[in-house]
Design a protein around this ligand. Structure first.
Ligand code: PLP
Length: 498
């Protein structure tokens, strides 16, 4: 029997183009053929992603991709291309990309390829609707409301009370938190601008994500009014430093507005002492936001919470929520009541037109894949996934902590494992400027070789005075102990002659 693939290839090679697809007359047949072919490309990619003999990436420099690869050219064309070429473009776009679901991809926290989540994303694109009104997204809007309530219950707010909205990522969710805090204490800023407020001060750890700084710039508070807090050796905020800096700001006539605490910082995976920070916030009447990577029972102390299912929970990008303990602030802060979209006299309960709470107008449907995954796994499934990732982090930590050639950036188990690798040539050099300089170059060199050979990917960075080190964050559900072993072998293989 002729395979589906070859019959379609034959048909597609007869110069069928996009204009022959639906809604063209007699477009059903070519549309079905085209979509089945696309699905075959996608499912082949999915299969290979989990096959450890497949490379994580087939690296090319920007100029190589821009110059064009055989049969694959990024230039846009004046005339329609054949569907055969379009299929090649689909296949090659995946070919030259990075398999972020590969069991040996550890580069980012957003990793993994959850099959149900993927199906959810496909369905979402097929529905191609917009989250702003119940009118055009009735099912998705209800799913979002229900899921947000469930998330607030898990955070620990009584009866899941409060508010929230899905946003395009953790950075934007963090920005929402600053906006809402400002609206809570100085609502007139919405209409009169920053002249309606005194000099407002934000506080966050020197280890926190840069999005808090970006928010202070974007919202007109100014990066100089964001005060960085000192941390201990594990990267946790020192509460006494917060209190001292709050008092200092007040003495200077400024108003401390907002503190961001992080539950799992980007590089170290550190947990700020939320309990003590919450006490200080209560004492000085300051908004407490918690940027969460890993949940804990203390998060309920926050006024607002950033929760990113596209990180530790493995939901396909993008999926992030801002949760707010006090209901009404999101709406009050952001609503503009556009009469052509949020008509108050619609035929249904317009409180479900939640779009005016957002800073966006059109909003992508990020909820469905998350909701569907939650259905498929249950809450327990997510918990098991996170536990497995933490077990793997512990496995890595224990494997390298006493291994020759390794030094940990900090002791103790964490969600992140940060370490230096000393190639044999560096091990005999005494500690000093020369060894620091050479060590600083090791991680970028090994990373470059990893990418060239396409075998695995892991992140690295400096931190403060510390020279470049590797940072492992494990959230990939496909990873096993053998992949951790492989990573270590690969670092040693690539680094032995440096
Ligand atoms: C602690 C923390 N907050 C916020 C962000 C930003 O999230 P996103 O990339 O979803 O905007 C990150 C990203 O790594 C993060 O680690």
């Amino acid at each position: 029997m002729e395979s589906l693939y070859s019959s379609i290839k034959n048909d597609m090679s007869c110069k069928v183009s996009g204009k022959d697809l639906l809604p063209a007359k007699n477009g059903e047949e070519p549309t079905m053929q085209f979509l089945l072919e696309v699905v075959e490309i996608l499912t082949n990619y999915v299969k290979k992603t989990f096959d450890r003999s497949t490379k994580v990436l087939d690296f090319h420099h920007p100029h190589q991709l821009l110059e064009g690869m055989e049969g694959f050219n990024l230039e846009l064309s004046e005339q329609p291309e054949s569907l055969e070429q379009i299929l090649v473009d689909c296949r090659d776009t995946l070919k030259y990309g990075v398999r972020t679901g590969h069991p040996r991809f550890f580069n980012q926290l957003s990793t993994g390829l959850d099959i149900v989540g993927l199906a959810g994303e496909w369905l979402t694109s097929t529905a191609n609707t917009n989250m702003f009104t119940y009118e055009i997204a009735p099912v998705f809007v209800l799913m979002e409301q229900l899921t947000l309530k469930k998330m607030r219950e898990i955070v620990g707010w009584p009866d899941g009370e409060g508010d929230g909205i899905f946003s395009p990522g953790g950075a934007i969710s963090n920005m929402y938190s600053v906006m809402i805090a400002r609206y809570k204490f100085f609502p007139e800023v919405k209409t009169k601008g920053m002249t309606a407020a005194p000099r407002l001060i934000l506080f966050t750890s020197e280890h926190s994500h840069y999005s808090i700084k970006k928010a202070s710039a974007a919202l007109g508070l100014g990066t100089e009014n964001l005060i960085l807090l000192k941390t201990d050796e594990r990267g946790r905020v020192i509460p006494a430093d917060l209190e001292a800096k709050v008092i200092e700001a007040k003495q200077k006539g400024s108003v401390p507005l907002f503190v961001n605490a992080t539950a799992g910082t980007t590089v170290y995976g550190a947990f700020d002492p939320i309990n003590e920070i919450a006490d200080i916030c209560e004492k000085y009447n300051i908004w407490l936001h918690v940027d969460v990577r890993k949940l804990s029972s203390l998060i309920k102390l926050a006024n607002s919470v950033t929760w990113n299912p596209h990180k530790m929970m493995g939901v396909p990008l993008q999926c992030s929520a801002i949760l707010v303990r006090e209901r009404g602030l999101l709406q009050g802060c952001n609503s503009m009541c556009a009469g052509y979209l949020f008509q108050p006299d619609k035929q249904y309960d317009v409180t479900y037109d939640t779009g005016d709470k957002a800073i966006q107008c059109g909003r992508h449907v990020d909820i469905f894949k998350f909701w569907l995954m939650w259905k498929a796994k249950g809450t327990v499934g997510f918990e098991q996934h996170i536990d497995k990732c933490l077990d793997l982090s512990a496995y890595l930590y224990n494997k390298i902590k006493n291994r020759e050639g390794y030094e940990m950036v900090f002791d103790g188990e964490h969600t992140n494992v940060c370490f230096w690798y000393f190639p044999p040539s560096l091990r005999s050099i005494p500690n000093g400027e020369e060894s620091r300089e050479r060590l600083h170059k090791v991680a970028p060199k090994i990373k470059a070789m990893m990418m060239e050979s396409g075998t695995t990917m892991v992140g690295y960075q400096p931190q403060g005075e510390k020279v470049n080190f590797f940072r492992m964050v494990i959230s990939n559900p496909a990873a096993t102990m053998s992949d951790i072993d492989f990573l270590i072998e690969e670092i040693e293989r690539l680094g032995q002659d440096l």
